[in-house]
Ligand binder design. Sequence first.
Ligand code: SF4
Length: 365
Amino acid sequence: MPLDNILTTSSTKTLKDCPYKFFLAYCLGIRQDREAEYFRWGHNWHTAMEMLGQGLGVDAAVDAIRANYAVRPDYIDPEAWEAEYWSVACCVIAYAEHYKDDGVQVDATEREFCVPIINPETGRASTKWKLAGKIDKAVTIGGRQLLGEHKTAANDLDPGSDYWRNLRLDSQPSNYIAASRSMGLDLVGVWYDVLRKPAIKPKQIAMKDFASFLTIKKYCGQDFDVDLHRDGNKNIAGVTINGDSAVLETLKTGVTIRETPAMYGARVMQEVSGNPSRYFARYELARTEADLKAAAYELWNVMQSINSMSQSGQWYRNERECLRMGRCEYCNICFNNLDPQHDQLDGYKTVENVHQELALTATTN
Ligand code: SF4
């Protein structure tokens, strides 16, 4: 395994969630066959943010997202797949427009690091483990260089909300700031750039709105090419919108359609652009030397826990995590008491590279 003996933010957070989950994911490399929507959405958002940070422009960012949605996994419904693309792309367009004159200077994007993990008591490096990660951005705001972190969230982003208070406890920026010193960066805090992911889904259009749409050929402020097809009785038999066939819905009082993915995208754009304070938030948090020291102790403790459980081969399960925030991806293994090393694990695969967020292939010793 090329990234053996590497810890990352994802892996240490997984250990904190449930050591057995860490064992499954990072020692055995077991992953679900099916990629979760939130993971794909977040990955595409990060791709776009990286490209915008590099000054490549919003068109190039949207093209890159389109390319990522070129091949649909057969377990995902075609309409849902297209809607997902439009949802990400329209949020990127709305973001780029909202922040087009923000004056933020981007000094670096997507810088990977791999640094020794230091014992904060002795100052000595672990002989086994290293910390690897990727800095989203280094930005200069008001003359100070900050760690730029892109996030997507489902939460309320109001300045006084728990979301920001909770981020204050996050040790990742502290470890990244400490690691960035080896790259010659002098980051003094973290600058969070967060998108609240819109929760709206494609919907059936109200009949009166459908009638209006057929007349004005506009939906949520955007123009569409609309072709109406009627049968021999002059009833609506089909509607083509921007070349896509819309799904007809027959109601007691007439006919309407479901939004096509492009129409849904128009509604996402209108929703996000029309409520920027709900969907976009940026927030700066200072990081002191005491924060960096606390994070270093935390990392060292996590690493020691891994060593201890690895030695005994006993990884305890945190049963309180299984159903928190939905369902843990390993419930089918744990709830059925399967032996992950000997039983057949339907719905799972084994990956070679357990740190798929990193391109690093360096060995660690
Ligand atoms: S199902 Fe529960 S015990 Fe099993 S890995 Fe997930 S959180 Fe841990």
